[in-house]
Design a protein around this ligand. Structure first.
Ligand code: PLP
Length: 401
């Protein structure tokens, strides 16, 4: 386990220039590319030509620059950028499994991921077992001879559990299974590949881009895997076509340069909230406090100096109590009653009714997801004290405290 990996410096050290010496890489706004010779084109189709671009569904120079930045951040050989986080997840999984195979997954994942695993993969006769990812014994027990993938999120949505990536990687290596990790909640804070994951996926819609102006995703992996997904004959990315638009890549690349500062500020503000929530005696989840069941684990495997993340959740027990609270917070200007995360404004939503609504209510209960869980993605507020006071006022006006 490498303790001193520094994803921020890895990005800062990149030297990517534009065609005319521009400090930002030029945007390649072309779907197709010319070849000087027929021979070169044929070689490119056979994957035998270095540095040639063929068609932008396959590779595009702007996407290549963003991929290099992502690979630098994760410590992987390469990355590939997709039109959404779901595209990154589904492309990766469909590449790794065949009909008749089996996947073991954390039961708490992003709602769309849950729905894909629970409902969609049935079409292809792919079986999925849902486990409590913090219970390593049950994870290992769930693995079968036909298991191809163990899937988890480093910090799970919305329970904010921490996956023990080094221990999970030991299990997957023993059984010849690929460990796929969604690190959307915690870019820079965790480096799952460095901790033993095989493939790291992202929704870049969230913290990585951080502007809520684009939907995008990424797959960070070995060069071999990226070549497999982009193979013209049988690559899932090449054939299903989920590629990111290069104009978007260019914007996201520039936003990555400030990601470390944003992560630090999101974490600092969320930690401020956590301390205040504790003083108020609220029931809440935040991995940065000693009471969190995986706090110690997080300390052991996190990269230092980026904090414990910007996500925090208050448990108000019922959806009926959560609803007026969120409406009042929005009226008072705490932030927006909206799904998604990683924005400069604070965003909040009731997980059970929104981003986890794909998970049946019975299962929500089973995994301990309270119907009144209000998840906050704490913003980059300069005056976080004011923001907290508005949260507190909302709780007081509703007589919750
Ligand atoms: C939002 C999200 C996704 C899906 O990403 P999109 O960009 O919306 O397709 C996947 N995983 C997590 C943890 C997310 O928060």
């Amino acid at each position: 386990m490498k303790k001193n990996f520094d994803p921020a410096t890895a990005i800062q050290n990149l030297e990517q220039f534009g065609e005319f010496g521009g400090v930002n890489p030029s945007i390649t706004d072309s779907a197709t590319f010319t070849f000087m010779t027929e021979e070169e084109m044929i070689k490119t189709f056979h994957g035998e030509s270095e540095g040639c671009f063929l068609y932008s569904r396959h590779w595009n120079p702007s996407n290549r620059y963003l991929s290099e930045a992502l690979a630098a951040m994760e410590g992987t050989e390469l990355a590939w950028v997709t039109g959404s986080g779901m595209a990154a997840i589904t492309t990766t999984l469909l590449q790794l499994v065949n009909s008749g195979d089996h996947i073991v997954t954390s039961v708490t994942t992003y709602g769309g991921t849950y729905a894909f695993l629970a409902n969609y993969l049935k079409k292809f006769n792919i079986e999925v077992t849902f486990v409590n990812i913090t219970d390593l014994e049950s994870v290992e027990k769930a693995i079968r001879p036909n298991t191809k993938v163990l899937y988890t999120e480093t910090m799970t949505n919305p329970m904010l559990q921490i996956s023990n990536i080094p221990e999970l990687a030991k299990i997957t290596r023993t059984h010849g299974v690929k460990l796929v990790v969604d690190n959307t909640f915690t870019p820079m804070i965790f480096s799952p590949f460095k901790l033993g994951a095989d493939i790291v996926v992202y929704s870049m819609t969230k913290f990585i881009n951080g502007k809520n102006d684009a939907v995008a995703g990424a797959i960070c992996a070995s060069e071999e895997f990226i070549n497999e997904i982009s193979n013209v004959n049988d690559g899932t990315a090449m054939l299903l076509g989920p590629v990111l638009d290069p104009l978007r890549s260019s914007g996201i690349l520039k936003n990555m340069a400030t990601l470390h500062i944003r992560m630090q500020k999101h974490s600092e503000n969320a930690m401020y909230m956590a301390k205040k929530f504790k003083e108020l005696g609220l029931k809440f989840i935040y991995p940065g406090i000693t009471e969190h069941p995986q706090h110690e684990l997080m300390n052991q495997i996190m990269n230092k100096n980026f904090g414990y993340g910007g996500l925090i959740a208050i448990d108000l027990e019922t959806a009926e109590r959560a609803a007026p609270f969120m409406e009042l917070m929005q009226q008072k200007g705490v932030g927006y009653h909206a799904v998604s995360l990683g924005y400069f404004k604070t965003l909040f939503s009731n997980s059970g009714k929104s981003t986890s609504s794909e998970v049946p209510e019975e299962l929500q209960k089973e995994m301990g997801l309270s119907a009144g869980l209000v998840r906050f993605s704490v913003g980059l507020d300069h005056d976080i004290e004011r923001s907290f006071n508005l949260v507190k006022e909302s709780l007081e006006e509703l007589h919750y405290i």
